[in-house]
Design a protein around this ligand. Structure first.
Ligand SMILES: *Cc1c(COP(=O)(O)O)cnc(C)c1O
Length: 357
């Protein structure tokens, strides 16, 4: 059995893979593949309606928020957010906590004025800036809740009285949040919701329609809301597979149960990183992500050797991102505690073999 610690696209539950593959051959006993049915068919309308219902239920999304299934990934949201929310001549505030956060800011700066309120680029984004001020005259404040590359996470929403937009691509559905604290949440599916190809957007209706900018319809949240995510052909298979994953999450007991498991998984791995003299964490302790665990070796020359042992032990995808180096174990919802324990065991085995040598 492989233990897939890949950062994204990433592991989904085995039963989701099985059900999705069954539906490729025969969807709900229709004798048709999920890949060939019309997005306008009654069957698919039920799929997207149930997916929306489950998102609303699992995250307790209030009624005055719309839920959209779009394409273009989180990267398209980097552009859509300022197109829809920046007033002409307006300004937006961005928190710079890594590559994704700064890409989001860069795209917004092509649409209007932005201000970076704080940045942790001075120490390779290994912490979350605190105690910064968000100007009260901006159209919105944007941040990234989980920094997939650097292994840092913002657990408490920064306090502000301006609309807040958050990129939750890599920690959505991993912990309980109060959606009403946010004005727009977006997440590329391929980290914790489903396969690549669909992007979840949860938007408070009243923040839209305040710019006089002319927005091409495909980038206009209103057009997608009006068409119930069917302005154009939606990514039907990605939405269906996400639905299977959301059903799995609900059957497990929902987000609070998932969050408890995620806390236990993260603690098991961080405890070993802190205990094992060969390894050390790269992120500031108080900002450690529960989804992406980044660590290096005290002796970098040994990293190739540990990577080879990991491969022998079927631990996949733990090589760190090139901008941090070392290792990154992504421990998303579908990755089990026993997979985390397999990694911890390999770390102990490595230590023992070195101590014997
Ligand atoms: C992966 C990732 C992105 C980019 O997502 P795409 O769907 O590839 O555009 C953006 N933000 C975060 C936090 C990510 O983890």
């Amino acid at each position: 059995m492989k233990h897939n610690f890949g950062a994204g696209p990433c592991i989904l539950p085995q039963e989701v893979f099985k059900e999705a593959s069954n539906a490729v051959l025969n969807f709900n006993d229709t004798g048709l593949s999920i890949l060939e049915i019309s997005h306008r068919s009654k069957e698919f309308e039920e799929v997207i309606a149930e997916a929306e219902r489950l998102v609303r239920e699992l995250l307790r999304v209030p009624q005055n928020y719309s839920i959209l299934f779009l394409q273009g990934g989180a990267s398209q949201q980097f552009a859509m957010v300022p197109m829809n929310l920046l007033k002409e001549g307006g300004k937006a505030a961005y928190l710079d906590t890594g590559v994704w956060a700064s890409k989001a800011a860069k795209e917004a700066s092509k649409i209007g004025k932005i201000e970076i309120v704080a940045s942790s680029s001075d120490s390779n984004y290994n912490y979350i800036p605190k105690n910064f001020e968000i100007p009260s005259d901006v159209d919105y404040f944007h941040y990234t809740s989980n920094n997939t590359i650097y292994g840092t996470e913002v657990f408490d929403k920064p306090k502000t009285n301006v609309p807040t937009v958050v990129d939750m691509s890599s920690d959505i559905f991993s912990r309980d949040i109060d959606v009403s604290e946010y004005d727009l949440i977006y997440a590329g599916a391929q980290k914790n919701m489903g396969p690549a190809g669909v992007t979840l957007v949860i938007v408070k209706d009243e923040i839209l329609g305040k710019t006089s900018r002319i927005i091409p319809s495909i980038f206009d949240y209103h057009a997608h809301i009006k068409a119930a995510s069917m302005y154009n052909t939606p990514p039907t298979f990605a939405i269906y597979t996400s639905l299977l994953n959301l059903r799995w999450l609900k059957a497990k007991g929902g987000i609070t149960v998932m969050e408890q498991e995620n806390i236990i998984k993260a603690r098991a791995l961080y405890d070993e990183i802190d205990r094992n003299p060969f390894f050390k964490g790269t992120a500031a302790k108080e900002d450690r992500s529960r989804m992406n665990v980044t660590f290096v070796m005290e002796t970098p020359e040994l990293e190739a050797e540990f990577l080879a042992l990991s491969k022998e032990r079927n631990l996949i995808g733990i090589k760190g991102h090139r901008s941090v180096g070392g290792f990154r174990a992504s421990i998303y919802n579908a990755l089990t505690l026993s997979s985390v324990n397999a990694l911890v065991d390999a770390m102990k085995e490595f230590e023992d073999s070195k101590n014997k040598a």
